[in-house]
Design a protein around this ligand. Structure first.
Ligand SMILES: *Cc1c(COP(=O)(O)O)cnc(C)c1O
Length: 415
């Protein structure tokens, strides 16, 4: 079997030519907006994937937490299959017999009145911003085109032109201007900075309760409660982007639950689509989401019957609390195991439920180096911001599988 060294993978990652050909085909005709690890996945089941040559890998990324229930969870596949045989798309020009049940189930899970379904996470964020502005003008009485939204430094809310305008990551932001006005960014984790930034024109505070892309940055205890209290007192909407942190990941349904906080608006996505299709949503009470009137907002695919069928099953699976409990118990276990690596190639671990940011000692290599070495040992992770690796295992993973993966990480860090 002839081999070659992958150009992009670097560091002597050797690939079978069949796999190399598949990767080459991508390089030829795919825009280079990603830098994937040199693995070609062709099958997935539960927490495991298999590559084009039959080698198995434990997936500790879960598509950035979109695969909370693992690959091809039988209950979700069954819901999708049933629906594929009946109806897939109507557009919102007509009613479908699936959408109402999904919206009701999701609203109940969130303890809110109304749901506005979209597709991608970025669309949910965009929708949340539109809702906040309309609420600001129509309910709060802000003068037209003056509404401001307060965001946090280090945020990640998606890739649209409006959203990247208030990112402080140069890779996400630079050369994509001119940027939309109306956003004010303050340090994450500092509620007094939010309070100081509020003006009579502030419509909303938009934050991730835990910043995922930034490296699983957990704010100080009490931050979310303080933000809630400030927003209530100032008549400002609290919008929680729970697209990555929500739906069981942190051992609760929402990361806001960790502080007993209920935001005015939940933004959901990723795992809401069961790892099968894109499904996002804005969820809020009638006095907020009710400001949107027919014709003012929409999406051709938003709330389509196939997505609604899968989303309803996702909500049903979360309603028992079983996955949240698994995430909490496994997360505690994982925290103990990762803690043993501090001082042995790891400088810090931040963990919430089954979601961890692991800072790698620069002398042990970059995050990318560690991800490539783990790949060779059958473990999939993703680096972020240089020396951090982020793991978000499927909530169906076993404790023994996590133990094995941490062992591999320990070996990789020994060099
Ligand atoms: C992934 C993510 C988004 C964007 O979701 P897409 O589906 O990629 O558009 C927004 N906010 C947060 C917190 C995310 O993690």
């Amino acid at each position: 079997m002839s081999t070659r060294t992958d150009r992009l993978g670097g560091r002597g990652v050797t690939l079978d030519t069949g796999v190399a050909r598949i990767i080459d085909a991508e390089e030829q005709h795919l825009a280079h907006n990603y830098h994937p690890l040199p693995v070609v996945v062709s099958h997935g089941e539960g927490a495991w994937v298999t590559d084009a040559e039959g080698k198995r890998y434990l997936d500790l990324l879960s598509a950035y937490s979109a695969l909370n229930f693992g690959h091809r969870h039988p209950a979700l596949i069954a819901a999708a299959r049933d629906q594929l045989d009946r109806l897939t798309l109507t557009s919102r020009a007509f009613h479908s017999d699936r959408l109402g049940a999904f919206a009701g189930a999701l609203a109940r899970l969130c303890g809110k009145d109304l749901v506005l379904p979209m597709n991608t996470g970025a669309e949910a964020v965009e929708t949340g911003i539109k809702v906040a502005r309309a609420w600001g003008y129509r309910v709060k009485g802000i003068a037209r085109d003056r509404a401001e939204v307060i965001v946090a430094n280090g945020n990640f809310h998606g890739r649209t032109t409006t959203i990247v305008g208030f990112s402080d990551d140069p890779l996400a932001h630079d050369d994509f201007g001119p940027y939309a006005p109306g956003f004010v960014s303050v340090p994450f984790g500092d509620a007094s900075a939010i309070e100081a930034a509020i003006t009579p024109d502030t419509a909303a505070v938009l934050i991730e309760p835990i910043q995922g892309e930034a490296g699983v940055i957990i704010p100080p205890e009490g931050y979310l409660r303080a933000v809630r209290e400030i927003c209530t007192r100032s008549n400002v909407l609290m919008i929680a982007d729970e697209i990555q942190s929500g739906l069981g990941r942190v051992g609760e349904t929402f990361a806001c639950d960790r502080e007993g906080v209920v935001p005015d608006v939940y933004l959901l996505g990723k795992a809401l689509g069961g790892g099968i299709l894109p499904l996002s949503a804005v969820v809020a009470d009638r006095d907020v989401l009710g400001v949107i009137r027919p014709g003012e907002h929409g999406s051709t695919f938003g709330g389509n019957p196939l997505a609604a069928a899968v989303g309803e099953r996702v909500v049903e699976m979360l309603s028992s609390g079983e996955f949240q409990q698994r995430a909490a118990a496994l997360g505690e276990h994982l925290a103990g195991r990762l803690g043993e690596l501090i001082g042995h190639g790891v400088t810090a671990v931040r963990i919430a439920g089954l979601w961890a940011g692991i800072d790698i000692d620069p002398s042990a290599g970059t995050g990318r180096d560690v991800a490539e070495r783990l790949l060779a040992r059958g473990v999939l992770v993703k680096d972020t911001h240089g020396h951090t690796i982020r793991i978000a295992p499927p909530l169906v993973v076993r404790a023994t599988e996590l133990d094995w993966a941490v062992e591999q990480l320990g070996l990789v860090l020994e060099g």
